[in-house]
Write a protein that binds this ligand. Structure first.
Ligand code: C2E
Ligand code: MG
Ligand code: MG
Length: 557
């Protein structure tokens, strides 16, 4: 560009700014899990006096060459801050507005101060403005760039890496700088080959490992939308949702749709949830899926067997926010035709599903560690684990992992006899089957998060490990005598009932010990002797009464 051309362009540009023909358009950014609008990206548009539009690809290169880009970016930033102000005044504040910066902006020593000044003029908090920087930018003049980059971060700005995957050095850039969000280039979606999808899904997983949030641009179809949700990409942007819109068109679109806009106070909540990796890294599942479907299978996400769901809990209800295909498949095995079917069963507060899940969720919330229950429903045994992810006013998000498992002989037997009475399980803390002739134990139900003692090498080891860890030392010996299977049959026959029982102080995975009733019943079975042990909580006042009784009359035990 020679001097004359530059002069010419400068004049035209200033005229356009004066006439209000340099305008920021805004493209909605959508949160994958909620399909709400979490923010917008500002994109420059140059209008000619005749109303035609020059697209950025045509004018940005010459703006960069002439150095005018610095002014353009400030003008777009100014209009973006004005939009922030509009939203604030309408009473529907917006938490996330991104603007693009050019590498030429970083040549200016006062970039940081200028940006801050614009925000101050409109009283916009730094955290609301996200700075998009493309990866090619970071290759040159690293020192000056690095300094400014850090200043922005320290001042509370969020920095996003734009067009990730479009250049040669994407990974280097990630090693050298800390970004808050990676924006994946639309190239990944354009080549919607299985390979492209797999790469994108892996990169999303990598971003999560690095603690960086994810957004994919250029979403144009429902299929792409679904893929991104399944791959755990947190945010999306593209013509499928909306083209970039003028400020007026954007505000028009949002009129009468208050729920479409994400509330700023929800941003942190969803960001936390977004860190969850949806794609199961289980190599066995992946390998077997590949073998089954080959490389050219059509829908990548379904090929992974991860069985997780996000469930939002409040006082009144459980609501599924998202479930992987694997999870839905497990639900079908359990006889629910859909996630909604289960939601309905769960919202009936008297159903035992509700009781089981409620207890699990409360434990998960209280303890912050993975909580597990095992349960039987319609002949299928399943294990449900829950982990607390994030909380906001009156609501909490839990991630669930559901696995059904095929029963071996023992469980089969337990199933046969306990099928009709699984509802009763919920009143027990622990149910274990014993096969003394084979010296085997099999846990079939627990309400608590306890190690699987029944996996020990031998029956006696299972018993002694359980006793040591879960039974109060003062009661351990008594408990082992109670569970002496050599004399068990005889003791049961001598009792006037069909069972024997005792009370013991136990912990059962909890911090403090409590009184529990343990009962062993012999169950009729073909040939082999089988006993069932149930352990039940002694409730409230009765606990105290037993304490007092035992203090006065230790012989009572
Ligand atoms: P970008 O920042 O990666 O912006 C995304 C581009 O993709 C935008 O093009 C947007 O209109 C387009 N796009 C969004 N969704 C779809 C879709 O579903 N399909 C397709 N085919 N395209 C989609 P646009 O507005 O033409 O901007 C092009 C580039 O120009 C931007 O890429 C950005 O790098 C640059 N740019 C735009 N405005 C500014 C600005 O104010 N300052 C600076 N420095 N650069 C800007
Ligand atoms: Mg951008
Ligand atoms: Mg981009």
């Amino acid at each position: 560009m020679n001097g004359k051309e530059k002069e010419n362009l400068t004049e035209r540009f200033h005229e356009a700014v004066r006439d209000g023909r340099i305008r920021a358009f805004f493209q909605p950014i959508i949160r994958s899990l909620t399909q709400q609008m979490m923010g917008v990206e500002a994109l420059a548009r140059w209008f000619e006096p005749d109303g035609s539009i020059i697209p950025p690809n045509e004018f940005i290169p010459s703006m960069e060459q002439s150095g005018l880009i610095f002014e353009l970016d400030q003008e777009i930033l100014r209009q973006t801050c004005a939009l922030y102000d509009d939203f604030r005044q309408r009473g529907t504040p917006l938490a996330c507005l991104s603007v693009n910066l050019s590498r030429h902006d970083f040549v200016h020593k006062d970039l940081f101060d200028r940006v801050c000044a614009v925000l101050e003029q409109y009283s916009v908090p730094h955290k609301a403005i996200k700075l998009e920087i493309t990866e090619s930018l970071m290759l040159e003049d690293t020192e000056a760039f690095e300094r400014t980059f850090e200043r922005f971060r320290e001042a509370g700005f969020f920095v996003w890496l734009d067009d990730f995957g479009s250049g040669y050095s994407s990974l280097n850039v990630l090693q050298n700088y800390r970004f808050d969000v990676i924006k994946f280039d639309m190239l990944f979606l354009r080549k919607l080959s299985v390979r492209g999808q797999e790469m994108l899904a892996s990169l999303i997983g990598m971003a999560k490992t690095l603690g960086i949030h994810t957004l994919t641009e250029g979403v144009e179809t429902e299929e792409q939308r679904q893929f991104l949700v399944a791959a755990g990409c947190e945010a999306q942007q593209g013509y499928f949702y909306s083209r970039p819109l003028s400020k007026e068109a954007l505000l028009d679109q949002l009129d009468g749709k208050p729920d479409f806009l994400e509330k700023p106070e929800d941003e942190e909540y969803w960001d936390e949830i977004g860190r969850l990796n949806f794609v199961n890294p289980n190599p066995l599942n992946e390998f077997s899926a590949r073998r089954k479907n080959g490389l050219n299978r059509e829908y990548f996400a379904g090929a992974y067997d991860s069985s997780i769901a996000l469930v939002e809990c409040s006082e009144k209800e459980f609501r599924y926010i998202y479930a992987t295909d694997g999870y839905k498949e497990r639900l079908r095995e359990l006889g629910f035709s859909s996630v909604e079917g289960l939601e309905n069963a769960l919202s009936n507060q008297r159903s035992h599903q509700f009781q089981v899940i409620r207890k699990l969720v409360l434990d998960a919330l209280q303890r912050g560690t993975v909580q597990t229950v095992e349960y039987a429903h319609d002949e299928i045994y399943y294990r449900l684990s829950a982990l607390f992810v994030a909380r906001k006013e009156g609501r909490a998000m839990i991630v669930m992992n559901l696995n059904t498992f095929d029963s071996d002989r023992e469980v089969q037997l337990a199933k046969e006899m306990l099928n009709e009475s699984t509802a009763l399980f919920t009143t027990y803390e622990l149910v274990v089957m014993f096969y003394p002739e084979r010296r085997k134990a099999k846990r079939i139900y627990t309400a608590n998060n306890m190690p699987e003692y029944d996996r020990e090498a031998s029956f006696d080891l299972s018993l002694s490990k359980f006793c040591e860890a879960e039974v109060d030392p003062v009661d351990q010996e008594r408990y082992l005598r109670f569970l002496d299977f050599d004399t068990m049959g005889e003791r049961i026959r001598e009792s006037s009932k069909l069972f024997i029982q005792g009370i013991y102080r136990m912990r059962l995975g909890r911090e403090e010990s409590n009184w529990y009733t343990a009962r062993v019943t012999e169950i009729p079975s073909k040939g082999e002797k089988v006993f069932i042990l149930t352990i039940q909580n002694v409730q409230g006042k009765l606990n105290r009464m037993i304490d007092i009784a035992v203090q006065e009359h230790p012989e009572f035990l």
